[in-house]
Design a protein around this ligand. Structure first.
Ligand code: XMP
Length: 319
């Protein structure tokens, strides 16, 4: 009979055996997976672990602060917080191709990470919150390993460059099991239950060029949408819900004035592992309520649409 308490114990022994007295570096994304991996590894090897949070400025509203608070205050686990918003926005300026955006972000992450690893005198191991679906996604869904649907963002490439081995204690787990392990490790519910968030962050939810202004607009719309979902008691029934900001302007009317502003798309899906997904069937009145609030409260948006595409043929993210 397999329990999370036993899994935790077994993994801690395995991590100690693998790492010995080596040094481990772990990148936090703000998501559940890397947080659970980091807390578990910290429990196993304490100070031998350094956690690095590269804040690319492409996080959801207040998310960066929540990560820092969780590690520093809740767990008292030391955390290197790299504020790299300007660097990422500068590099993203002028980029509109989805793969170019993804590749720039992935590459910049690796560079910053390598710099932080060197700053602590190098590391022998790189810890990642890789899950079982991550291990198989590249081959199972695309119809063959030669087809790249999207360049997934992780720190791949870095281990070879820095001569590091991988520590991936969650490799056998599905998302719901990682959440259970997170609870077992005492992570707050707001963190454990959080919807998945992609490594490249809001950059892939802003088709076209990413700017600070567009990130701020999207953060506001997204926060309103999620607040409405939480208030309706629907958050936990949904795998992932988010807003996207389209590079399309349309005409509207506010009071007796003409507006000419951006379109905001809303997405919500159910899924068990992100590999396939169904559209969440909100009541029409729920969606009109969200649309009204977003248009009234977010300057720069004057129209809201809902995405009715399942995966396949759509992907969950828009880029
Ligand atoms: P797609 O859009 O491919 O997304 O249907 C499937 C799941 O993966 C997440 N996603 C990512 N996660 N790095 C990540 O860590 C990425 O580059 C990335 N791209 C997509 C997406 O949010 C969804 O949960």
């Amino acid at each position: 009979d397999w329990t999370m308490a036993e899994f935790r114990k077994t993994k801690i022994e395995e991590i100690r055996a693998q790492v010995g007295d080596g040094k481990v570096i772990c990148g936090l994304s703000g998501g559940v997976d890397s947080a659970v991996a980091a807390v578990l590894i910290h429990e196993a090897i304490g100070e031998q672990l350094t956690c690095v949070f590269v804040d690319h400025g492409l996080m959801r509203l207040n998310e960066a602060e929540q990560v820092v608070t969780l590690f520093r205050d809740h767990y008292n686990i030391p955390l290197v917080h790299v504020d790299a918003e300007e660097m990422f926005l500068t590099g993203l300026a002028g980029l509109t191709d989805p793969e170019k955006k993804r590749k720039f972000i992935g590459g910049a992450f690796i560079d910053l990470f390598e710099k932080e690893a060197k700053a602590i005198g190098g590391a022998d191991f790189l810890a990642q919150g890789t899950l079982y679906p991550d291990v198989i996604e590249s081959v199972s869904f695309t119809g063959g390993p030669s087809v790249t649907i999207k360049s997934h963002h992780n720190v791949g490439g870095l281990p070879e460059r820095m001569n590091m081995q991988l520590v991936e204690p969650l490799r056998e787990l599905f998302k719901d099991e990682v959440r259970e392990l997170g609870r077992e490790l005492g992570l707050p519910e707001i963190f454990v239950g959080r919807h998945p968030f992609p490594g490249p962050g809001l950059a892939i939810r802003i088709p076209g060029e990413v700017t600070k202004e567009r990130c701020d607009i999207l953060r506001k719309a997204d926060a309103i949408y999620l607040e409405e979902i939480r208030n309706a008691g629907l958050y936990d029934a949904i795998w992932q819900a988010f807003a996207v900001l389209l590079p399309v302007k349309t005409v509207g009317v506010m009071g007796d004035a003409r507006t000419y502003d951006s379109v905001c798309g809303l997405r919500a899906v159910t899924s068990t592992d992100g590999m396939t997904a169904d559209v969440y069937p909100f009541d029409a009145s729920f969606l009109t309520g969200c649309a009204t609030r977003i248009v009234n409260e977010v300057k720069g948006v004057n129209r809201v649409v809902y995405d009715y595409t399942s995966k396949p043929p759509g992907t969950i993210e828009w880029e």
